[in-house]
Ligand binder design. Structure first.
Ligand SMILES: Cc1cc2nc3c(=O)[nH]c(=O)nc-3n(C[C@H](O)[C@H](O)[C@H](O)COP(=O)(O)OP(=O)(O)OC[C@H]3O[C@@H](n4cnc5c(N)ncnc54)[C@H](O)[C@@H]3O)c2cc1C
Length: 273
């Protein structure tokens, strides 16, 4: 199916993008990697009248480490994060980035777009909530910094105003004795996870856990009830409960080993593997 007609506008700065969004009205939308928006437009589940493309705003995809913080530009692609040496200092970020969908989606999709989309099946929300994460947001008002826990209000809903954009994501680096892991269980690569678990913990000495965050993904989705499809595609509530408990247990084990300095490979897991 073809998308509903729309006009296309290329912004050279976030200030220009914000101005365009204001001028073009409530039915205009930001275009980042297009990996959520374009499929929705092609299915006519989204019908924006105008797209404001931010892919030509320079510097928006940078990933930098500074003063104990990692700054991910809103346009950092999942692949950029997967390959980034700066991001590798926080292994849970690599677990997440490397497992999102398939390589095509990872090459285009952006972290800013993922968080702005607030899809309850998205991997970044669960992963980043285990860390101290905030978003730099720019619009017609003064720039503001919003904690991730305050940014996502509901499924597909954030606190962003219509003319407000995500500029960057700031992640505070966990201390040395901290380890984390993100495990997501998937039917196959190009689909969202059935359930996921993200754990970040900090050890005091070798065996005492002094700080921990555990976040579960894809288990709070209020979907349209299609019972048979639900059972087959996402699993029953009982199945998800058992799955997520197993994922948390495994993620905890990996997080502890990483906190003790061990290198452990982890990430998305697929049915039948
Ligand atoms: C086949 C397929 C499988 C996928 N599987 C997964 C998966 O397993 N896990 C996962 O996490 N994701 C998955 N995705 C989604 C993918 O990660 C997308 O990249 C992501 O959801 C949206 O990022 P984007 O840059 O493509 O945003 P876009 O599609 O361009 O935009 C998404 C929304 O965010 C808004 N937006 C974008 N950037 C900004 C910004 N900087 N400021 C304000 N608003 C903005 C747009 O207006 C739009 O409303 C999948 C996508 C596809 C097509």
């Amino acid at each position: 199916m073809y998308a509903h007609p729309f006009s296309y506008h290329r912004a050279k700065s976030l200030a220009e993008a914000s101005k365009l969004l204001r001028q073009l009205g409530e039915e205009s939308r930001v275009l980042a990697g297009g990996q959520s928006l374009i499929p929705l437009m092609k299915m006519r589940l989204a019908r924006p009248t105008a797209l404001v493309d931010i892919n030509f705003v320079s510097g928006l995809g940078d990933i930098q480490s500074h003063n104990g913080e990692l700054r991910l530009g809103a346009l950092a692609r999942h692949t950029d994060i997967e390959m980034s040496e700066a991001a590798a200092a926080i292994p849970i970020l690599h677990d997440c980035a490397a497992g999102i969908a398939d390589v095509q989606v990872r090459n285009q999709g952006t972290i800013g777009g993922s968080l702005a989309e607030a899809d309850p099946g998205g991997d970044w929300g669960a992963t980043l909530l285990t860390l101290e994460t905030s978003l730099e947001c720019a619009g017609s008002q003064e720039e503001r910094s919003i904690k991730l826990e305050d940014f996502i209000k509901d499924a597909y809903t954030t606190v962003l105003a219509h003319d407000e954009l995500v500029r960057g994501i700031i992640v505070k680096k966990p201390p040395r004795s901290s380890g984390g892991a993100y495990l997501a269980f998937k039917r196959s690569a190009p689909v969202y996870a059935t359930a996921s678990a993200a754990v970040q913990l900090t050890l005091d000495g070798k065996d005492i856990c002094k700080d921990i965050r555990v976040v579960l993904g894809c288990v709070g989705l209020t979907a349209i009830r299609a019972k048979r499809a639900e059972d087959e595609l996402r699993g029953t509530a009982d199945y998800k409960r058992a799955l997520v408990a197993a994922l948390v247990k495994r993620a905890l084990g990996i997080a502890v080993r990483r906190a003790r300095g061990e290198r452990v490979e982890a990430g998305h897991e697929y049915v039948g593997r």
